[in-house]
Design a protein around this ligand. Structure first.
Ligand code: RFL
Ligand code: PHB
Length: 386
């Protein structure tokens, strides 16, 4: 088998990249280790920056998002039970975010790819990367019991944090930067209309809580727990009680499995070696408090596709060669913002009274100072791609 760009992973990064390339006449094949249903069953992010929305519009992938996405012109920060609205509209000159589940975007992109006749090989096993320091790299894998090889001009690792592409860089090429947080989020989906119009990020002595949503009828709620929290310790009643203490949310019925997501910050530099490029979670992880993971995947892919399009149009790799440096500038801004939101809002298990005082002071400053609120708002709605 042969294609121009071999993509590993059919999450948002891989799917978005394949769509952009297709629109520019560049052929790609996606290898995904899971089944389509498994990928669609994962509940993950929900907040899209304006630039991500604009990209989906440009790709013609916005018809359902336009109907079902919820535009949010602010968020609430809660301290001592009092909510304070961060007004994006006023603070950023009219910018906003859209609440539309990652699952829905993934479904829209998979449907469109099928309609275009784009090739995705699901349940591709034992994917391995070869020849990245040559001009003819390849991906080997097993499918339906057969050994296969996909020859490419370029390989893009969109295979998430636990993927095979990042470890395929030769030893010594990559430098990792990492911080693991001493907490995680217990997430639930509830069949109840969100009790607030805006997302609520709540600071509480018992730990952080977040009220988010997937539609006007479905709430998505998170509570800070230990990173290795045992879900058996969290029967529905206890989740309800804790949410009502931290957020003041009224009763609801559980819709799906509960899950615990541990939290980390991670960046691998550089994001390219030879003919292998990394995009999205394959190269970096942010804790979810800044709602940046999915949006970073979109901005990586936009920058990388600019390079690939330019290469195929001109034969010149100058734009492509600048990918890692340009992408990392944006990645580090999102890393800082996600770390900032996380550290300001969570209770550190061994945290001392000094840390709590600093957190409260930072929140009070954001409530009082337009400049501090504007900085938060500017980062939350996201900086333009350029
Ligand atoms: P994805 O979505 O992880 O997709 C990677 C794809 O690669 C496949 N894969 C392989 N395929 C072939 N061979 C291999 N060896 C492979 N290894 C992996 C995987 O099956 C998968 O389909 O990465 P992508 O495209 O970069 O997208 C990034 C976003 O998914 C991610 O940043 C966000 O969802 C992060 N994130 C969240 N972000 C938020 O803003 N809010 C959230 O509430 C939120 N919740 C989450 C999350 C990430 C999670 N993960 C990765 C553990 C909850 C979870 C559980
Ligand atoms: C979500 O809706 O899943 C969500 C929203 C905002 C975040 C993280 C997750 O910061």
């Amino acid at each position: 088998m042969r294609t121009q760009v071999g993509i590993v992973g059919s999450g948002p990064a891989g799917l978005m990249l394949s769509h952009i390339l297709h629109r520019h006449g560049i052929e790609s094949v996606i290898l995904e280790q899971r089944s389509r249903d498994y990928v669609l069953g994962r509940i993950r992010a929900g907040v899209l920056e304006q630039a991500t929305v604009d990209l989906l519009v440009e790709l013609g992938l916005d018809s359902r998002m336009k109907r079902e996405g919820l535009i949010h012109t602010g968020i609430e920060l809660q301290l001592d039970g009092q909510r304070h609205r961060i007004d994006f509209d006023a603070l950023t000159g009219g910018r906003a975010v859209t609440v539309y589940g990652q699952t829905e975007i993934t479904r829209d992109m998979m449907d469109a790819r099928l309609a275009q006749g784009g090739q995705t090989i699901y349940e591709a096993e034992d994917v391995s990367v070869h020849g990245i320091e040559t001009s003819k790299p390849s991906l080997r894998f097993r499918h339906n019991g057969d050994s296969e090889e996909l020859q490419c001009d370029f390989i893009v690792g969109c295979d998430g944090f636990h993927g095979v592409c990042r470890p395929s860089f030769p030893a010594g090429v990559i430098q990792n930067f990492e911080r693991v947080y001493p907490y995680g989020w217990l997430g639930i989906l509830a069949n109840v209309a969100p009790s607030s119009e805006e997302l609520v990020y709540a600071y509480h002595d018992r730990g952080f809580a977040l009220l988010s949503m997937r539609s006007t009828q479905v709430s998505r709620l998170y509570i800070q727990v230990a990173p290795d929290e045992d879900l058996k310790q969290w029967p529905d009643d206890r989740v309800w009680d804790e949410l009502s203490i931290r957020l003041g949310t009224p009763g609801w019925t559980l819709r799906d499995e509960k899950s615990v997501t541990p939290m980390r910050s991670f960046v691998a530099e550089p994001m390219q070696h030879g003919r292998l490029f990394l995009a999205g979670d394959a190269a970096h992880i942010v804790p979810p408090t800044g709602a940046k993971g999915l949006n970073l995947a979109a901005s990586d892919v936009k920058l990388l596709s600019d390079g690939l399009i330019s290469f195929y149009a001109t034969g010149n790799s100058a734009v492509l060669d600048g990918y890692s440096r340009k992408a990392l500038e944006r990645v580090w801004r999102a890393e800082h913002f996600s770390w900032f939101m996380t550290s300001m809002l969570h209770r550190t298990p061994e945290g001392d009274a000094f840390e709590r005082k600093l957190q409260r002071s930072q929140l009070a400053y954001i409530f009082k100072s337009r400049a501090a609120a504007a900085s938060l708002a500017e980062n939350y709605v996201g900086l333009p791609f350029d």
